[in-house]
Design a protein around this ligand. Structure first.
Ligand code: NAP
Length: 295
C-alpha cells in the first residue's frame, strides 16, 4: 500500500520500519527532520510536511506525543486533514483524549475521509520487534481493509468497537492499570528495602505469582532503578493518567487511585523526572519512606 507515517519518535520509528519491511511504500514526516532521514536507509521517502506525507497515501499513520501535537499535524495549514484524498484513512495510534478522537472522527467524516483510531500497547522494543498489541476501533470495513497494516506492526489485534474514541478509552484505561501496578511496586519495594529484603527476590516471587511479562519487565526496571534512557517518558505517563481521569469523569466514574497516582506523578515531575521513564514514579514512595534517592 501507499502509506504516510508521521511521528518518528521512540514508538513511531519502529512501527514505520515494520511497515517498510512488510513491503509497503512509506512516505515519512517528522518535525525534527533527522529522525526521518534515519529511515531513508530502510527505504522510506521523506516528506517536507504532514500534508505531503498524506497527499498520495491510501492511509496515513500518526504517532505523536499528545493532543496538542496531533491537533497541529491534523488541522494546521499543511496538516493531513487538508491533504488526504476522499476515501483515504487517517490511522491514529497516539495515546490521545477521547474528546480529540471524537473531533477527528467528525472532521474526517466531513472531508469524506476515513478515521480509524488504533492505539497500541507495548514499549519501543516491542514496536521495533513487531510485537505491539493493536486495538483499532472505527468502521468495520475500514478496519478489515487495513488489518494487514496492524499485522505488520503487531503480534495481536483486538477490534474494540465501531466508535473510534472507544479505542482511546481502552488504551487510557490500560495505561491506568500499568500506572497502578507501578504505584504498587513503588510502595512494596520501599517496604522491602526498609525491611532489608532484596527487591530482586520479592520480584521473583511476584513474577511467579502473577505470571505476567508486564509485571516482570516493569518490576525489573523498578528493582534495578534504570530509569534512563526512558522507554516511555514520565511526562507522557502523566498525560495518560490525567486523560484517563477526564474520560472516566465524563462517564461519572470516580478514579480515586488515578487521582493519587496523578499527584505522585506531579511530585516526580517536581523532582525533575519528566524525561525519565515513568517507572521512576517508584522514587516518590521511596522518598515518602525516607529512603535516600539522590533526587
Ligand atoms: P516520543 O519519542 O516523545 O515521540 C513523540 C513524537 O511526536 C516525535 O516524533 C515528535 O517530534 C512528535 N511531536 C511532538 N510534538 C509535536 C508537534 N507539536 N508537532 C509535530 N510533531 C510533534 O514519544 P513516544 O514514546 O514515541 O510516544 C508517542 C505516542 O505513543 C504518545 O502518545 C505515547 O503516549 C504513545 N505510546 C508510547 C509508548 C511508549 O512506551 N513509549 C507505548 C504506547 C503508546 P520530534 O522528534 O520533532 O520531537
Amino acid at each position: 500500500m501507499n502509506l504516510g507515517f508521521i511521528g518518528l519518535g521512540r514508538m513511531g520509528s519502529g512501527m514505520a520500519r515494520n511497515l517498510l519491511r512488510a513491503g509497503h511504500r512509506v512516505t515519512v514526516y517528522n518535525r525534527s527532520p533527522e529522525k526521518a532521514q534515519a529511515l531513508s536507509g530502510d527505504g522510506a521517502q521523506q516528506a517536507g510536511s504532514p500534508a505531503e506525507a498524506a497527499r498520495d497515501a491510501e492511509a496515513v499513520f500518526t504517532m505523536l506525543s499528545d493532543d496538542h501535537a496531533l491537533s497541529e499535524v491534523a488541522f494546521a495549514q499543511n496538516g493531513i486533514a487538508s491533504a488526504l484524498k476522499p476515501g483515504a484513512a487517517h490511522i491514529s495510534s497516539s495515546t490521545i483524549s477521547t474528546a480529540l478522537s471524537r473531533r477527528l472522527a467528525e472532521q474526517h467524516a466531513a472531508n469524506k475521509q476515513v478515521y480509524v483510531s488504533a492505539p497500541v500497547f507495548g514499549r519501543p522494543e516491542a514496536a521495533e520487534a513487531k510485537k505491539l498489541i493493536v486495538i483499532p476501533a472505527g468502521d468495520r470495513d475500514a478496519i478489515e481493509r487495513y488489518r494487514p497494516l496492524f499485522d505488520a506492526i503487531g503480534r495481536a489485534t483486538f477490534v474494540v468497537g465501531t466508535e473510534p474514541s472507544q479505542a482511546n478509552l481502552v488504551k487510557l484505561c490500560g495505561n491506568f492499570m500499568i500506572a497502578s501496578m507501578l504505584e504498587a511496586f513503588a510502595e512494596t519495594f520501599a517496604t522491602m528495602e526498609k525491611a532489608g529484603i532484596k527487591r530482586s527476590l520479592f520480584l521473583d516471587v511476584i513474577s511467579e505469582l502473577f505470571g505476567s511479562p508486564v509485571y516482570k519487565n516493569y518490576g525489573t526496571v523498578v528493582a534495578e532503578q534504570k530509569f534512563e534512557p526512558a522507554g516511555f517518558a514520565l511526562k507522557l505517563g502523566f498525560k495518560d493518567v490525567r486523560l484517563a481521569i477526564e474520560a472516566a469523569q465524563e462517564l461519572n466514574v470516580p478514579l480515586p487511585l488515578g487521582s493519587l497516582i496523578r499527584d505522585h506523578l506531579i511530585s516526580a515531575m517536581a523532582h525533575g523526572q519528566e524525561e525519565w521513564d515513568w517507572s521512576s514514579l517508584a522514587l516518590v514512595a521511596s522518598r515518602n519512606a525516607g529512603i535516600a534517592t539522590g533526587t
